[in-house]
Design a protein around this ligand. Structure first.
Ligand SMILES: Nc1ncnc2c1ncn2[C@@H]1O[C@H](COP(=O)(O)OP(=O)(O)O)[C@@H](O)[C@H]1O
Ligand SMILES: [Mg+2]
Length: 318
């Protein structure tokens, strides 16, 4: 549904995108993550035809976003970072205006607007001026505007930023509904949002993609995971046994708990799903007591910080 190839964008001397490539299949809900200034909005503006790339290409539903911009835009609903709402307009007037500029024929406008209003639960506020609405309702009007022409692709730039926790839950569940029959790419700073609602994660940093895959793939590739075990037994002998089973470079830490009990944490070899069972077997074979055994996966937040975090000094010059 979305194809992006070596997309680059410079604003004057500043290179905001340095060769970004990814594809999104039909039905995917992709979380686009990255620190401020990473290039998320720039990518989305190019996809939606609001900016021209400096080089590279992108297409939506097979339509090139530059050469075939009108056809590409017809397939996209876009919620920009700052929603282009006209405060003095009433909600119903605004949606009619959006349907009009989307080229929906007059006889089909009431039906199209009615569906968008229903999906976004705007019935109660149709007669209000947009300026009077809460931020949560404004965001729902923005989403209604994005779906009024029934596009197969939604591009949502930080749809939940600035909302209170209740509004976040409402807008998030609305996006989940909309994502059931559409391809969605959404940028966000809320990592739980991605963990809950997205089928895939793309992490960008300083104009480049630094991770791309399902959450499990990204975790495996960048975070790894660890095996934690509590063992009652002679610590030195246990260490020797654990070291024998691990590659030489794998991390292994021990924390004494008294009463002959030690908590061990070891890097889990990526390839071996059976590794925890093998470890358990060896511990038991020596007659030591295995009190606890757990696989700990790196969270998306750990990985995000690892891939995009940088020291304060470096950040100043980035
Ligand atoms: N209109 C602009 N003019 C100059 N620089 C810009 C402009 N828009 C964005 N940038 C710069 O491009 C980089 C990427 O910005 P942006 O795509 O908005 O990042 P994000 O949405 O990930 O926070 C930033 O360094 C930002 O300062
Ligand atoms: Mg942005």
């Amino acid at each position: 549904m979305i194809e992006v190839e070596q997309l680059a964008k410079s604003y004057g001397f500043a290179q905001a995108l340095k060769g970004v490539s990814f594809t999104v299949q039909k039905g995917e809900v992709v979380g686009f993550l990255g620190p401020n200034g990473a290039g998320k909005s720039t990518t989305m503006k190019i996809l939606t035809g609001y900016l021209l790339p400096t080089s590279g290409r992108a297409s939506v539903a097979g339509h090139d976003v530059v050469a075939d911009s009108v056809a590409a835009r017809r397939c996209i609903g876009y919620l920009p970072e700052t929603t282009p709402l006209y405060g003095e307009m009433r909600v119903d007037e605004y949606l009619r205006f959006c349907a009009e500029i989307r080229g929906i024929p007059a006889d089909r406008q009431p039906g199209a607007i009615g569906r968008a209003v229903e999906r976004c639960a705007l019935q109660r506020v149709l007669g209000k001026n947009i300026i009077e609405l809460s931020k949560g309702y404004k965001q729902r009007v923005g989403l209604a505007q994005a779906i009024v022409h029934e596009p197969p692709v939604l591009v949502l730039d930080e749809p939940t930023s600035g909302l209170d926790p209740n509004q976040i839950v409402e807008v998030r569940s609305l996006i989940e509904q909309l994502g059931k029959e559409r391809t969605v790419i959404l940028s966000t700073h809320y990592l739980q949002e991605v963990e809950k609602s997205c089928t895939r994660v793309i992490i960008v940093d300083r104009g480049r993609i630094v991770a791309d895959g399902t959450q499990a793939q990204v975790t495996a590739a960048h975070g790894g995971s660890a095996l934690r075990l509590r063992v009652r037994g002679p610590a030195e002998a246990v260490r020797e046994q654990l070291q024998q089973m691990l590659p030489p470079s794998a991390p292994l830490t021990a924390e004494g708990g008294g009463d002959g009990v030690t908590t061990w944490r070891l890097g889990l070899p990526a390839a071996s799903a059976a590794f925890p069972a093998v470890v358990a077997e060896q511990i038991c074979r020596h007659g030591w007591q295995l009190l606890e055994l757990a696989v700990e996966r790196a969270s998306l937040e750990d990985i995000f910080r690892q891939l995009t975090g940088r020291k304060a000094q470096e950040a100043v010059h980035a």
